[in-house]
Design a protein around this ligand. Structure first.
Ligand code: PMP
Length: 428
């Protein structure tokens, strides 16, 4: 498989764009090699500029639940474009998408649309602070909530403590209100509440997809809910990734724990830049212009993006059982690869939630970021390279989830399992 054109393109891009990419993980830095430059997507496949074709288990990092170029989403976008690209004024499309989202999430009475997951979470945090009149927030090591300053705080040791910024350019003053806790470890959250009486909210990916796929235990979430209630803090579920992928009614429908605020992104835009945050009426009433908490966006509620999101979500709502079909494929994929790996003495930890899947090369169960960090990154890199050369496009980092779309067929899954056997044999 030649990748000459991609190599050349990457070289040129690196001269013009930092690292050659507009979002760091795309540069393949953690798996080595060079990223493939995409020419087009088609259903379950990606094609690169060298003419290679890959089964795509990334699906734009989650948004494309119906695969590339889904007919109904594509035609909704084309129709919307004919009426104008942006108005910066209210449109019916926003109300229609709002109705749909509210109908699918019990905990959402009102929703506001933004243009990315980062914006959704940043705004949700401000809203939680404005609502409670408190400053501190609790986040979990290994959970990613976008690149806004106060959330760009990563894992230290497992202990809950005030975090340090994980990027130059973020003043320590900006992150001193961010407390860190360990995922699936309620004691670490209790310590945060013992350390601070000024906690506005606890934010969590209830089904974490940014340390590989690591779902939160049901009991842990329930205890988290109780701790928030006992201390007057809000609970935010960041479902930018898991929303509509793990369940069409949110993590609350499969875990039994209800959040106060939900953040959404990815699937909600059908592939266009859309994010959203929603909550019960009383909380959303704090938001400008109804309330004093300011939040805005020139392109927020963009009509083309709303049309894509509406087409995607309405199709999903009408075909709700499709998530079970996707889950069966996800289970078959990771179980099949695990069986092949075992033949070469390689142990895998696997999990799925709806159309999301995850796997770790590890002897032990992975419950949090600290566990995930014990995985052999260089082995993952070899696996990634091997699978790419066989025509299977997996997320280019150990700390990411995988995605099945409706265009990812059973045949593609079987071919992938077969290819994994070949790759395991080579790298074992
Ligand atoms: N929250 C979660 C859970 C995410 O997975 C992401 C992106 N992967 C974000 C927030 C940020 O979204 P965006 O990249 O659209 O800004």
């Amino acid at each position: 498989m030649s990748k000459d054109k991609s190599l050349e393109a990457f070289k040129e891009a690196q001269e013009l764009i930092p690292g050659g990419v507009n979002s760091p993980v795309r540069a393949f830095a953690s798996v080595g090699g060079s990223p493939v430059f995409v020419s087009e997507g088609e259903g379950g496949y990606l094609k690169d500029i060298d003419g290679n074709k890959y089964v795509d288990f990334v699906q734009s990092w989650g948004p494309l639940i119906f695969g590339h170029r889904d007919e109904s989403i594509e035609s909704a976008v084309i129709e919307a474009v004919k009426h104008g690209l942006s108005f910066g004024a209210p449109t019916l499309a926003e109300t229609e998408l709002a109705k749909l989202v509210i109908s699918m999430f019990d905990s959402i009475d009102k929703v506001r649309f933004v243009s990315s997951g980062t914006e959704a979470v940043m705004s949700a945090i401000r809203l939680a602070r404005g609502f409670t009149g408190r400053d501190d927030i609790v986040k979990f090591t290994g959970c990613y909530h976008g690149h806004s300053d106060s959330l760009l705080v990563q894992a230290g040791s497992g202990a809950a403590t005030f975090g340090n910024p994980s990027s130059p350019g973020v003043p320590a003053d900006f992150t001193k209100h961010t407390l860190l806790a360990q995922y699936n470890n309620i004691e670490s959250v209790k310590k945060c509440f013992a350390d601070s009486s000024d906690i506005a909210c606890v934010i969590i990916e209830p089904i974490a997809g940014n340390m590989g796929l690591v779902p939160a235990d049901k009991v842990f979430l329930k205890e988290l809910r109780d701790l928030c209630d006992a201390n007057g803090a809000l609970l935010i579920f960041d479902e930018v990734m898991s929303g509509f992928r793990a369940s069409i009614n949110g993590a609350e429908s499969i875990t039994g724990t209800k959040p106060d605020i939900v953040t959404l992104g990815k699937v909600i835009g059908g592939g266009m830049p859309v994010g959203a945050f929603g909550a019960r009426r009383e909380i959303m009433a704090k938001l400008s212009p109804e309330g004093p908490v300011y939040q805005a966006g020139t392109l927020s509620g963009n009509p083309v993006a709303m049309a894509a999101g509406f087409a995607a979500l309405s199709k999903l709502k009408k075909n709700a059982p499709v998530l079970d079909v996707l889950n069966k494929r996800a289970v078959r994929l990771v179980e099949g690869m695990k069986t092949e790996a075992a033949k070469f003495g390689i142990t895998m930890q696997i999990d799925t939630r709806g159309s999301m899947f995850g796997f770790f090369f590890n002897e032990n169960e992975i419950k949090n970021f600290e566990d995930a960090c014990t995985c052999d990154a260089s082995f993952f890199a070899k696996f990634h390279q091997g699978m790419l050369n066989e025509g299977f496009y997996f997320a280019c980092s150990l700390f990411e989830a995988g995605f099945i779309s409706t265009a990812t067929t059973d045949e593609m899954v079987e071919e992938c399992i077969k290819a994994s056997a070949k790759v395991f044999k080579e790298i074992a």
